[in-house]
Design a protein around this ligand. Structure first.
Ligand code: FEO
Length: 386
């Protein structure tokens, strides 16, 4: 086993999980996910978070190897969601002299997950508190709702390292060779997307710190071009579109709505749209559809009528968007129905219930299959969008 050093005194002791079927029981992770954890070795030794129960044994091996015979003085708990907090009880029981560092909400949550008496071992911190380990000093900043209420981040001031909790996290094991932004964006909008104002508040706090490295709880340690990552987070958390473009999201039963949606996508491209992305809501990854909806400034929703209402995969997509505070976007509508088209009415109601979402006219309404008679309506919708 070889230790992975962030610096001479900060060691990575996290683990990759490539066996998991669905992260948080809903997100496909083709390249797995990492549960990050760190060890700071100074006069005092601090463990920065534990990992998911699925990989606790491996994590303990990493920890013991990096400790090299020493014992931890502190466990800092940034976030009690079980992908990070599952090992708290086991670590507390393994090291009876170790103190646990968290805020008041952290300890309430530890009590909810575990039967543990931490009365003599809790170090309760609040905004701006500092804890000296020797040459290293940990400074604590509260980051409520990034992504749970108890979340806090830790800034180690001697090496200028920000331990950012779920912030700046990414799907994918650490050994995955893939673009950061693609899987960090999918992670962000699906996991943290609802909490844009709280992420903005954290970014304001971070702006006052000189940061040399960001150590998140998932994904790679960021050491270079930090402005790039911070700028992405600023765009995402302010709900501004990252790129000019149009997502065509369709939900088709027998393929006719699909054919019309693909035709519309081609017409949008031919009309000069900067970028046209297409997603099949019945088959493609829902989390990626959500990501693309936020990424671009415009979207077309194409769905058929079903049981006198809206085809459920489209309804599900719109509920996902609302749950993640989708806003500030322009939407076009295309419906299909064989006897009484209803889809557009329902899509409009769901879309217009979201903040600053504008539905453009006309609505394209197809009866069963795309026909020449539909083309002028589609051309008019293209004109309204491009
Ligand atoms: Fe990675 Fe919100 O836990």
């Amino acid at each position: 086993m070889s230790d992975t050093y962030i610096s001479e005194k900060i060691v990575y002791i996290g683990v990759d999980d490539r066996d998991i079927d669905l992260f948080e029981s809903q997100y496909v992770v083709p390249e797995g996910v990492s549960y990050n954890s760190y060890l700071i070795l100074d006069d005092k030794v601090a463990v920065m978070d534990t990992v998911d129960a699925r990989k606790l044994d491996l994590w303990f091996e990493n920890l013991k190897h990096a400790l090299d015979g020493r014992t931890p003085d502190y466990l800092v708990v940034s976030h009690m969601e079980p992908d990070h907090g599952a090992g708290v009880k086991r670590l507390v029981e393994a090291y009876p002299d170790m103190k646990v560092v968290g805020n008041a909400k952290t300890f309430a949550m530890i009590g909810q997950f575990f039967d543990l008496d931490l009365a003599e071992r809790a170090v309760t911190v609040k905004e701006g508190d500092a804890l000296s380990l020797g040459a290293h000093t940990l400074n604590f900043y509260m980051a409520p709702m990034v992504h749970w209420p108890e979340v806090m981040v830790t800034y180690e001031s001697s090496e200028k390292v920000l331990f950012s909790a779920d912030g700046f996290g990414k799907f994918g094991a650490l050994d995955a060779e893939e673009d950061w932004a693609c899987e960090a964006r999918r992670y962000y909008f699906n996991i943290v997307g609802k909490y844009g104002p709280q992420v903005q508040a954290l970014l304001k706090k971070a702006a006052a710190l000189e940061i040399a490295a960001i150590c998140p709880l998932h994904g790679p340690i960021l050491k270079e071009n930090l402005e790039y990552y911070i700028e992405k987070y600023n765009i995402w958390s302010s709900y501004e579109p990252e790129n000019q473009g149009i997502l065509v999201a369709y939900a088709s039963i027998h393929g006719h709505t699909r054919e019309a949606a693909l035709k519309l996508a081609k017409m949008l491209e031919e009309a000069g749209a900067e970028k046209v992305a297409v997603t099949d809501l019945t088959r493609d990854d829902m989390a990626e559809a959500v990501e693309d909806a936020f990424r671009y400034d415009r979207m077309v929703l194409a769905a058929c009528t079903y049981d006198g209402g809206l085809f459920p995969p489209m309804e599900d997509f719109l509920h996902h968007l609302r749950a993640k505070s989708y806003q500030k976007r322009t939407i076009g509508l295309m419906e299909n129905g064989s006897w009484a088209p209803q889809a557009a009415k329902q899509m409009r109601a769901l879309a217009e219930a979201m903040k600053d979402v504008k539905v453009v006219e006309p609505v394209v309404s197809i009866k069963s299959a795309l026909k020449e008679v539909n083309i002028p309506q589609m051309e008019a919708l293209v004109k309204a969008l491009v």
